[in-house]
Design a protein around this ligand. Structure first.
Ligand SMILES: *Cc1c(COP(=O)(O)O)cnc(C)c1O
Length: 843
């Protein structure tokens, strides 16, 4: 493309909405292909300094990325111009995590040039598979929370909603996982951008300085007003890196802006002049550690100082950037700030924003407290992601006061006023004051960030209907009566672009062919029409042939990664998610060992052959989770090499679970394991991805499983186990796992077998931590209590799989009926109910 506004682009614009969508289906024009070919070659030559003969897969991947990037950038610049000219209200999504995965394929699809690019590379003789695989995942998140943020960005752009995501540009994303020869997890650093990334643009002109540490001087002005001055001792510089976020079938391209920390001065010149060269560089390195690495803990907070600094750093940079953008437009000021700015807090990680905006208004703008507080609460809304007590963020007051002394004072003042309200509502109720306080007093004093987020926001939402009910009833009943209407539900969703169009091209093509249109990726409810064909033998065959082809592909990958042979005719039973006790991978393992035992005792047992697939990372400091990983690896290896089971049972643990691996596993899954203890999984989104790709769910009535059941119907899902109420009742009555142990002979045998040295000869109690947690440890997530019901449900799964017509019908109805779980639906609800955010068309 010699000029930016080429003739080709103008054509795309004129043909409006539908044409962009059909680009992926209809064969691309020869001109389009030729143009893409030229663009790729130009980048290969002049950006990568390569010729066709010597180019590696990585060179092609970069050249292709840059070719499509050029198109997206034109649209991005135009989109920002339109938003600015309209002085549009914007949504700012603040998230410490974005689990984006690879960006090439999704960008090609969203920009409408996938087919042209594939053909261009074909004609150049380039192996597409190798190009695709050459891209590193952008893995700047732990799991569901970070992936949700990524899906939301896709939907916001697709729906033409003006939005900017803010986060941290971690140099190291979530660790890469490998297994040692004993089956133990090993963590390697994820230096995903060591050779740069084509998707980020540094904008030093928008860098921000952030003050931190120091002390507060109590000063009075000449009218006797208290004017505290925060004397900071450290300055951090945040440099923004922008990633274009193109919508699907629209010209809107939003921005994800990630901050990299830099030292203010390149070197401490005094130290340098004193001959302390290394000291000087070290000071610089310390400032730059802020954006160095993502904390790998999913659902556990560890109260580390650097984590608090990371949170404040990205929040302070982002708020300054938001204010700068607001004030750049004439006529804007604080009077209309909350009309133009909506900020969503993705969990409590950015909750310090409440205190930071208040500080800016009160200290820097000298605004009266009530006016400032009114702007703050109109601006923020907060999404709660978990009820697990160990995941609710708290900061020790001494630590917090060292890092953010002025914010601590402000939070105390917020609390004083807040507790007056509480006291007015419940006079004389000291217990209520303690519950509602932003400060926890027993033990060392701690700030409760969730309470700050609730008090400082105009809306608080849970992420599935059940979770929101529990939020109102169990976690925050007092806030729910103090602030009627503040709590709402926004059931999570997933983007059907990545999780069907991009990852399952075969099924996508069948859907398009069957429905006769390509509108479904933008309106997922249209999949309902597939229901008509659920009983149609020809359609069932096509649908299941696709599933089988995807399983063949996955079987190859399994062979490559794990050196295990699996049959694509076996039932692929998958549990892929972070390793956590509440998700109960160990319940799955108990059933596998029971099945193994049944097969050894009755080699002719009539069970459908199964492959149990796991993929999961454990937090590096979570010893029990790591013991469970080792147990699955070791026991699985034993089973896989036991001729006696005649290949009826295989167990595979795929290493390094991440978005791009999920995209390979999900299209090939038959069964989706969603077996958390009821009340513990806020929503889950893996459950949605799998159902959309025609996997049946075996699950508890937890999180969004409840709503998946409502959508697909009771006949098309395998629900088992205790409900939330039953879990509570059992706990209240004093749950003792030994009772279950003594009452269930098979379970007892399984547990003792695992604890024997059968699976690891010569090593005593290799899985002692697991065994202990389930028995003397009290089985906190009640795996034993649900074991029998789970095993029975698995027997139902086995029966259903042995009836191919029945299974096919169920699978088709899953795909057809989960349109509700498009993140477009979720984002529309947020936009209408929380953000009050109108769409701004870009063409
Ligand atoms: C969707 C997704 C998750 C969340 O899975 P859950 O089963 O909802 O916990 C975690 N990690 C990755 C890579 C994902 O794609």
């Amino acid at each position: 493309m010699p000029t930016r506004k080429s003739a080709q682009k103008t054509t795309t614009k004129k043909t409006a909405k539908k044409a962009v969508v059909t680009e992926t289906k209809a064969a691309p024009s020869a001109a389009e292909v030729a143009e893409m070919k030229a663009a790729v070659l130009r980048h290969l030559n002049y950006t990568q300094a390569r010729d066709e003969g010597t180019a590696t897969a990585r060179d092609w991947q970069l050249a292709t990325s840059m070719a499509v990037r050029d198109r997206v950038l034109d649209r991005m610049i135009k989109t920002q111009e339109i938003h600015n000219d309209a002085n549009a209200r914007r949504l700012y999504y603040l998230s410490l995590e974005y689990l984006m995965g690879r960006l090439l394929i999704s960008t090609l699809h969203n920009a409408g040039v996938y087919a042209a690019t594939r053909q261009a590379l074909d004609e150049l003789g380039v192996d597409w598979e190798q190009v695709r695989r050459a891209e590193d995942d952008m893995g700047l998140g732990n799991g569901g929370l970070g992936r949700l943020a990524a899906c939301f960005l896709d939907s916001l752009a697709t729906l033409d909603l003006p939005a900017i995501g803010y986060g941290i540009n971690y140099e190291f994303g979530l660790f890469r996982q490998a297994f040692d020869e004993n089956g133990n997890q090993i963590e390697h650093p994820d230096s995903w951008m060591i050779y740069g990334t084509p998707w980020e643009f540094m904008h030093p002109e928008y860098q921000q300085e952030v003050q931190i540490y120091g002390h507060v001087e109590n000063v009075f002005d000449d009218q006797g007003n208290y004017r505290p001055i925060w004397k900071c001792s450290h300055t951090l510089v945040g440099v923004p890196h922008d990633i274009p976020i193109p919508g699907y079938g629209t010209e809107t391209v939003n921005i994800l802006r990630l901050w990299t920390s830099r030292a203010t001065e390149p070197l401490d010149l005094n130290a340098f002049n004193d001959g302390g060269y290394v000291e000087a560089v070290r000071a610089k390195a310390t400032s730059e550690t802020v954006s160095k690495v993502l904390y790998p803990n999913d659902k556990t907070e560890n109260g580390k100082e650097l984590r608090l600094v990371q949170q404040y750093f990205f929040v302070a940079c982002s708020l300054k950037d938001i204010i700068r953008r607001h004030e750049r437009i004439e006529g804007n000021g604080w009077h209309n700030f909350a009309d133009k700015v909506a900020v969503q807090l993705n969990d409590t990680h950015p909750a310090i924003a409440v205190a930071e905006l208040l500080r800016i208004l009160v200290d820097e703008e000298s605004m009266p407290w009530d006016d400032a507080w009114s702007i703050v609460t109109k601006t923020f809304a907060y999404t709660n992601h978990t009820l697990l007590p160990e995941a609710l963020e708290k900061w020790s007051v001494p630590l917090f006061s060292r890092v953010l002394p002025r914010h601590l004072q402000l939070i105390y003042e917020v609390n004083r006023r807040h507790l007056e309200e509480v006291a007015a509502k419940w006079p004389g109720d000291n217990g209520m004051l303690q519950l509602c306080s932003l400060v926890e007093e027993n033990g060392g004093k701690q700030l409760r960030m969730a309470n700050l987020a609730v008090v400082g926001s105009h809306a608080v939402n849970g992420v599935a209907a059940l979770h929101t009910e529990l939020l109102k009833k169990d976690l925050f009943p007092y806030f729910n009566s103090l602030y009627p209407g503040k709590f709402r539900n926004k059931t999570n969703g997933i983007t059907p672009r990545r999780w069907l169009v991009d990852c399952n091209p075969r099924l996508s093509a069948l859907i398009t062919e069957t429905l006769g249109h390509e509108d479904w990726p933008r309106n997922l409810d249209l999949l309902q029409d597939l229901g008509k064909y659920a009983d149609d033998a020809a359609f069932q065959k096509k649908f299941m042939d696709i599933k089988r082809a995807n399983k063949v592909d996955l079987a190859k990958l399994i062979k490559e990664l794990c050196d295990v042979e699996v049959s694509p005719d076996a039932l692929f039973d998958v549990q892929i998610k972070r390793l956590h006790e509440y998700k109960r991978q160990h319940l799955n393992l108990l059933h596998i060992v029971a099945l193994y035992r049944r097969l050894l005792q009755n080699p002719d047992l009539d069970v459908a052959p199964r492959v149990f697939l796991f993929a999961a990372k454990a937090a590096p400091g979570y010893d029990l989770a790591k013991n469970i990983i080792r147990a699955i690896n070791v026991i699985g290896n034993r089973i896989n090499n036991d001729e006696r089971v005649k290949g009826k049972l295989k167990v595979v643990f795929l290493p390094n679970y991440r978005v791009s691996l999920a995209e390979r596993i999900i299209p090939a899954a038959d069964l989706s394991e969603q077996i958390s203890t009821a009340g513990k999984e806020a929503s889950g989104t893996g459950n949605m991805k799998l159902a959309l790709n025609g996997a049946l769910t075996i699950g508890t009535l937890d999180g969004a499983n409840v709503e998946i059941k409502e959508e697909v119907g009771d006949d098309n899902i395998f629900i088992f186990g205790m409900t939330v109420d039953e879990v509570e009742a059992l706990r209240a009555s004093g749950y003792n796992p030994w009772d279950v142990y003594h009452a269930d002979e098979e379970l007892r045998a399984v547990l003792e077998w695992i604890d024997s040295d059968y699976f690891v000869p010569g090593e005593h109690h290799a899985f002692g931590p697991l065994y202990h947690s389930l028995l003397n440890g009290g089985d906190p997530f009640m795996a034993l209590a649900d074991f029998r019901a789970y095993s029975d449900a698995q027997a139902q799964v086995d029966l259903a799989y042995k009836d191919p017509q029945r299974w096919a019908k169920m699978a088709i109805l899953n795909t057809a009926r989960v349109g509700k779980f498009s993140s477009d639906r979720t984002i529309r609800e947020y936009a209408e109910d929380i953000w009050n955010l109108p769409a701004v068309p870009t063409k």
